[in-house]
Write a protein of this length. Structure first.
Length: 620
């Protein structure tokens, strides 16, 4: 009888020894421990069986056999199985007023088995020529729980073995300590980090995982993981090693990588990264391989991350990317939801980015960057606007904390063609984004429209102003080209017009008040072709107007221009001229008031054109 001060009931103790057989039984009404070791002689199999129970609950068990090899006995054939419940074990230790096991586990319920060979470290120290190994299996349904705080900022982490796991553990004189030479571990993980939920559902494949000074391990991740709201999925190969400087080095390769939870879509990509972790600093370098891009197009990324300061610096170099109608920009993205696309030309760029994590939950992260880009002959569309031959050398600084996040030196942009319904050619734009002044300044712009020109200069758009005033000048616009464009068959006209349009940009739209236009000398002509086909209508006034406009030659044409935010254009036109075929060429002065829905007109003009035809024009 054995009495323990921490327990009220006594324990019975039985120890029996016979040739090749040793057994031990310790127990009471609640506690029980049985162990038996048998081995007839040095050449026979050694058997070990042990079970620990508490209140009829099995805390742990071991069933192990070792078969020595003859004649050197340098190795053992090993087979075994067992179970362990850390929570029940620690509860028992608590009853005995003992500290729990010093393991970083809150709970563990494991069913395990093993089979293989191990080195006899005593007798095989000289004779063993190769490392030995055994396979440790963990049954499906086994669980581990790590307590909150086991790593900085981490909450409780629960691991469920969603399928049978196997680890091949190698030992022996030629092995630098036992290590995992191979393994397959299906896992389901749920936990937290700060306010975020941590989860994983994946299969880990391990190879050459060795602890100690020469730390190394190869891990393959196949599945998904997330730290809300972000997720990552795919196959990820990680090679871990520790250098003599105590820095950790990681080689990370991905296949079929998919990122979720991002505010913007990213093109499908994979990485082949080298990451070095020393102290609080992470340094990384990788190509970003775009899976849907033609050939081997990819981005080169390198940067650093300060774990303590939570600050990252990144450089991204975009090689020359070429776009075609068969391989547009949108084809590189798995979920393209934007109202624009690039279908021709090329782009190269470099981005130097700095990111600082938010100091609190109420604050926002700070993102700044420097961008330089070479845009060459790019064509595509934005909403219903077509463009082609866009070229520019872009440079600028980006600060997401600013109302105008882009700041640039003076920039020059040229566009071979842009079609908003009215096709414009040879657009030239000199502009600058001024973040400090919260302004976009256009030093000058010009474009060819209807065989004439549209120009403007010294234009500033203030983001803080309710109204921004802009004056646009047009010169030599051909009336005949306009009629050809809208394919209006009832009227033929010649002549050119020039004028000025004062635009006011407001939150409600664009307004025009007191705009003017006038005909260029020497005037032009208007021929109402439908008049001859119609003949007499029986209305003297209408018949006279039809005859007058049958061949009207004007020397003077002036008009006022008004435009409302709703899109209504109002023209008050005054014409002076004559018809040489009517009333002996008597002078005729006309006052005309015209109105039109400009958005509807432009939409109808755009509907008659296709992006493919528009882009093809640059080759004609």
């Amino acid at each position: 009888e054995l009495r323990i001060p921490q327990r009220s009931e006594a324990l019975t103790l039985q120890l029996q020894r016979a040739a090749g057989d040793l057994s031990l039984n310790v127990g009471s009404a609640a506690l029980g421990f049985t162990a038996r070791f048998t081995q007839a002689d040095a050449a026979s199999t050694a058997m070990l069986q042990a079970t620990l129970t508490n209140a009829a609950t099995t805390v742990g068990s071991v069933d192990l056999s070792l078969q020595p090899t003859a004649p050197t006995y340098a190795t053992y054939a090993v087979e075994g199985s067992g179970s362990l419940d850390i929570a029940d074990l620690n509860a028992l230790l608590g009853e005995l007023q003992q500290a729990p096991l010093p393991l970083p586990l809150q709970s563990a319920a494991l069913e395990w088995d093993l089979a293989g060979t191990v080195a006899n470290e005593i007798r095989g120290a000289v004779r063993a020529e190769a490392a030995q190994s055994f396979v440790l299996g963990i049954a499906r349904g086994s669980t581990l729980t790590l307590p909150a705080g086991f790593a900085e900022g981490m909450g409780e982490l629960a691991l469920d073995f969603s399928d049978r796991s196997e680890l091949t553990i190698t030992t022996g004189t030629l092995a630098p300590g036992p290590f995992i030479s191979a393994g397959r571990v299906p896992l389901h993980v749920v936990g937290s980090s700060g306010e975020q939920v941590l989860s994983a559902d994946a299969v880990l494949t391990l190879a050459e995982c060795q602890a100690g000074a020469s730390l190394r391990c190869n891990i393959n991740f196949d599945g998904s993981a997330g730290l809300s709201p972000y997720t990552v999925a795919g196959k990820i190969d990680i090679a871990i090693s520790r250098a003599a400087s105590a820095a950790f080095e990681y080689q990370v390769r991905t296949q079929g990588l998919a990122l979720g939870g991002l505010e913007t879509a990213l093109p499908p990509f994979d990485i082949d990264a080298r990451i070095v972790h020393a102290g609080d600093a992470l340094a990384f370098s990788t190509p970003l391989l775009l899976r849907d891009a033609p050939a081997d197009a990819g981005l080169a990324l390198d940067g650093t991350y300060d774990l303590a300061a939570r600050r990252a610096e990144l450089r991204a170099i975009v090689p020359l990317l070429e776009f075609t109608e068969a391989q547009p920009l949108s084809a590189w993205f798995s979920d393209w939801q934007y109202p624009f696309d690039l279908l021709s030309g090329s782009i190269a760029a470099q981005l130097d980015l700095q990111w600082q994590a938010a100091a609190s939950l109420e604050a926002a992260a700070v993102l700044t960057a420097r961008l330089s880009s070479d845009i060459n002959e790019v064509g595509g569309f934005y909403a219903e606007i077509f463009f082609r031959g866009a070229s520019a050398q872009l440079q600028g600084d980006i600060d997401t904390a600013s109302q105008l996040p882009l700041d640039t030196p003076p920039l020059a942009l040229t566009v071979a063609g842009i079609d908003v319904g009215l096709p414009m050619e040879n657009l030239k734009l000199d502009l600058q984004f001024d973040s400090a002044a919260q302004q976009v300044h256009i030093a000058s712009f010009s474009t060819e429209l209807l065989d004439g020109t549209v120009t403007g200069s010294d234009i500033s758009y203030d983001l803080n102003a309710e109204r921004n005033e802009v004056v646009v000048y047009f010169s030599g616009l051909q009336i005949e080209r306009m009629l050809d464009l809208i394919e209006y068959k009832g009227v033929a006209a010649t002549g050119a017009i020039s004028g000025a349009v004062p635009l006011t940009i407001t939150p409600n739209g664009v307004e025009v008040a007191e705009g003017t236009l006038s005909a260029d000398a020497p005037g032009g002509s208007i021929r109402y072709l439908a008049a001859a086909a119609t003949g007499a209508t029986g209305n003297p006034g209408v018949d006279m107007m039809n005859q007058a406009l049958g061949n009207y030659q004007f020397e003077s044409l002036t008009s006022s221009i008004e435009y409302t935010p709703e899109g209504e254009l109002l023209l008050g036109m005054k014409l002076q001229g004559h018809n040489p075929d009517f009333q002996n060429g008597q002078r005729i002065n006309l006052n005309l008031n015209l109105s039109d829905d400009v958005p509807a007109l432009l939409e109808s003009l755009r509907a008659a054109r296709q992006i493919e035809d528009f882009l093809a024009e640059k080759y004609q």
